[in-house]
Design a protein around this ligand. Structure first.
Ligand SMILES: N[C@@H](CCC[C@H](N)C(=O)O)C(=O)O
Length: 296
């Protein structure tokens, strides 16, 4: 007797990688254990997180957005936890929709737990290189209050920036100073982040150009974090005395991550836009029994 296979694709944006599960009618119940199994780099497919593709109308958390955004990005971290938003994931999600003919070059809206995000898929290059994807990432919130990030014996002051999900950002002399980021740095006071946080370490590379490493909540050290890069851009701009609302024009930074480069602008109205690559690298299927009882 044959069992219906679960289809998947694998993609990444600046090497922040995802298992994509098309579940258009919202039939799958993905338990945290099932997500963690898929993301396992030795016993699973391997990824930083899972992007489940569901019609907004078929998902209770997205139904209210269905008129504006047909598709909901149900994002999960590699440990199975749910997060509000994934900045690299949303570009990979858009690329998936384009690949299967559910979106075309140009503009599209995607529903996320942080609200609707508007993406623009650029034309492919003359050599066939997939066009970059720009996403409106919403406004950064900058909660006041001193934050300290500690790794081993060292600590740094940090800035609290929320891009739909939480970030603690420290400027350091050398990215190696952060040491091993597979375990979460200590962030205090813990009350500033009741649901935990992502932590970014940043160095300067030149005018309006920084580089970062990240420990992602629920995934460990990753090669890139899109929301993190946006939070870093805003923290760097404020540190440099550049507030687009006061300047009356957009401010743009290049943010290098271990897995590539993102270009991020903040507009005078506070909205942040991020541009970067997104690629699909593989597709396949697996037997649901592989996840044992983890998939309902
Ligand atoms: N990799 C993502 C962020 C994913 C969510 C994050 N780990 C969290 O828990 O907030 C990105 O590209 O933004």
């Amino acid at each position: 007797m044959s069992t219906a296979q679960i289809a998947f694709l694998k993609g990444h944006g600046t090497e922040n990688d995802f298992v994509i599960i098309p579940d258009h009618d919202g039939r799958l119940e993905l338990s945290p254990a099932a997500v963690a199994r898929m993301c396992d780099r030795r016993a699973g497919i391997g990824a930083d997180g899972v992007l489940r593709v569901v019609r907004s109308a078929a998902h209770p958390e997205a139904r209210a957005m269905a008129d504006e955004a047909e598709w909901f990005m149900d994002y999960r971290n590699g440990d199975g936890s749910v997060a509000e938003m994934c900045g690299n994931g949303v570009r990979v999600f858009a690329r998936y929709l384009q690949r299967v003919g559910l979106a075309e070059e140009g503009d599209l809206a995607i529903a996320t737990r942080a609200g609707i995000r508007r993406a623009h898929i650029a034309k492919d290059g003359p050599d066939g290189t997939p066009g970059d994807i720009t996403v409106g990432m919403g406004r950064a919130l900058l909660p006041e209050g001193g934050i300290t990030v500690t790794v081993g014996e060292r600590d740094w002051p940090a800035r609290n920036v929320n891009m739909g999900n939480p970030h603690a950002i420290s400027f350091v002399d050398d990215l190696a100073d952060a040491g091993n980021l597979f375990t979460a740095p200590l962030v205090s006071p813990a009350s500033a982040y009741p649901d935990g946080t992502n932590v970014e370490f940043v160095v300067d590379r030149g005018p309006n150009h920084v580089a970062m490493r990240v420990h992602e909540r629920g995934s460990g050290e990753t090669r890139s974090c899109g929301t993190g890069a946006c939070a870093v851009m805003v923290a760097a701009a404020r540190r440099d005395g550049a507030d687009p609302a006061l300047l009356g024009h957009p401010v743009t930074y290049t943010v290098d991550v271990p897995g590539g480069r993102l270009v991020i602008s903040e507009n005078p109205d506070g909205t942040v836009e991020k541009t970067g690559p997104a690629v699909i690298v593989a597709e396949g299927s697996f037997d649901p029994s592989w996840l044992e009882t983890a998939v309902g």
